[in-house]
Design a protein around this ligand. Structure first.
Ligand code: ATP
Ligand code: MG
Length: 380
């Protein structure tokens, strides 16, 4: 940690953490379906923040976690909603069970969605050759995290309400219900209350979901936090690359009144890009661009979402975000080539800098280059 060391709030406390490590290993064996994103980031979750609003949110999450009821996490994009959801899960009695992420925008109206979430029985539609268990079943004993719950289609909203109210689900095509023991944590950056008023979201479901409401403040409302977060992310990179870079006083002044439209995700991206661009100790304003989305980081439009964002802003490594899906044929060569080309653009033509953006450890640089060469993925 640097001199101006951030106030790191470790989640969960060390003793609980040890217990949870083994729980997550079991979870790893339980969860294999593609649509389930197992939480496998390193424990404990570190939520940075000393501002009063952040302290209030941290206090709430620790209290809410202890119970069984639903938590609704709201806040702008990139404020840390998923991070808080993971903290809530880890601190909860449900931490001995799985943490199953449901990315609601990927589900459209129709039977397939109901089947994915709640299962189906053999013969319930063409192609249903066997009984199938849904994501709620996979999360039994643990947590279902409904990300972007505002995008859940009406039929799934109705099924979800039943799951919350009666604690039971009915698979598609079945006339039997069965009980589930699942805690729901939901998140959204959409105005759910207004959506209820305009009939786009069920009111009864809204009230059930917000049993424990948790609003995460925007970064511009947490004045005391942004510098800590910059130091925290730079320190992490320094540690990994065995360097001693820092944001220069000019850079910090430059960012003083920045409104952080993309919140912590954008801040992390500024740090990663600045770190990879600076060739000496100091990261200067020239090394990063604030409106990253419009300038140096055009989004990569693939079925898997914005891959570049996963690496640069969410800190996933190339191996997890791109290499593994490529080997599993979830991404094709053209898509990987495109990400590499975008990364190279953001790294202003340097593969070495791109490897930093892609969170590749220095010792794995050669392996990365060999992979690109072998699969002819390098940009001309
Ligand atoms: N308080 C924090 N301390 C450390 N890292 C944080 C904090 N808040 C957010 N982050 C980091 O910021 C990034 C964005 O967080 P997260 O994905 O949880 O945001 P979100 O609110 O779910 O965004 P979206 O609405 O776009 O889905 C992640 O890389 C996360 O690690
Ligand atoms: Mg999110």
């Amino acid at each position: 940690m640097s001199v101006e060391s951030p106030n790191v709030v470790p989640f969960p406390p060390v003793a609980a953490d040890r217990k949870l490590r083994s729980a997550t290993t079991e979870t790893a064996q339980l969860i294999r379906a593609k649509s389930i994103e197992k939480w496998r980031s390193n424990l404990p979750v570190e939520l940075i923040g000393v501002s009063p609003k952040m302290q209030e949110a941290l206090d709430k999450v620790q209290k809410f976690a202890k119970f069984q009821q639903t938590v609704l996490i709201t806040g702008e994009s990139g404020v840390g909603k998923e991070f808080f959801a993971k903290a809530c899960y880890l601190l909860s009695p449900q931490a001995i069970g799985p943490f199953v992420v449901v990315n609601c925008p990927q589900y459209s109206e129709g039977s397939l969605t109901v089947s994915e979430l709640f299962g189906h029985v053999k013969g319930s539609f063409t192609g249903a050759t066997a009984d199938h268990k849904g994501l709620f079943d996979a999360a039994d004993g643990g947590v279902v995290f409904l990300d972007e719950v505002g995008d859940l289609p009406p039929s799934a909203q109705t099924m979800l309400l039943r799951a919350l109210a009666e604690k039971e689900v009915k698979p598609l095509g079945s006339n039997k219900t069965y009980s589930v023991n699942v805690r729901v944590i939901a998140a959204t950056n959409r105005p759910l209350r207004e959506m209820v008023e305009t009939g786009k979201f069920r009111q009864d479901l809204y009230f059930r979901l917000r049993y424990f409401p948790l609003d995460i403040p925007a970064l511009r409302e947490r004045e005391a936090d942004w510098k800590l977060l910059i130091n925290y992310f730079v320190d992490k990179l320094n540690e990994e690359y065995k360097l001693k870079k820092i944001f220069s006083p000019t850079s910090l002044k430059f960012l003083e009144h920045y409104p952080w439209p993309g919140n912590v995700r954008e801040l992390r991206s500024i740090v990663t890009i600045g770190f990879s661009m600076a060739e000496s100790k100091y990261i200067e304003p020239d090394h990063f661009v604030c409106e990253l989305r419009q300038s140096s980081l055009p989004p990569v439009d693939t079925k898997k979402g914005d891959l570049l964002q996963k690496m640069v802003e969410d800190g996933q490594s190339f191996w997890d975000a791109v290499h593994e899906p490529f080997l599993e044929r979830d991404l094709n060569r053209a898509q990987v080539r495109e990400v590499v080309a975008q990364g190279l653009l953001a790294a202003r033509g340097s593969y070495r800098r791109m490897s930093v953006l892609f969170n590749i450890k220095p010792g794995h640089y050669q392996k990365f280059m060999d992979f690109l060469r072998h699969h002819r993925l390098k940009s001309e």
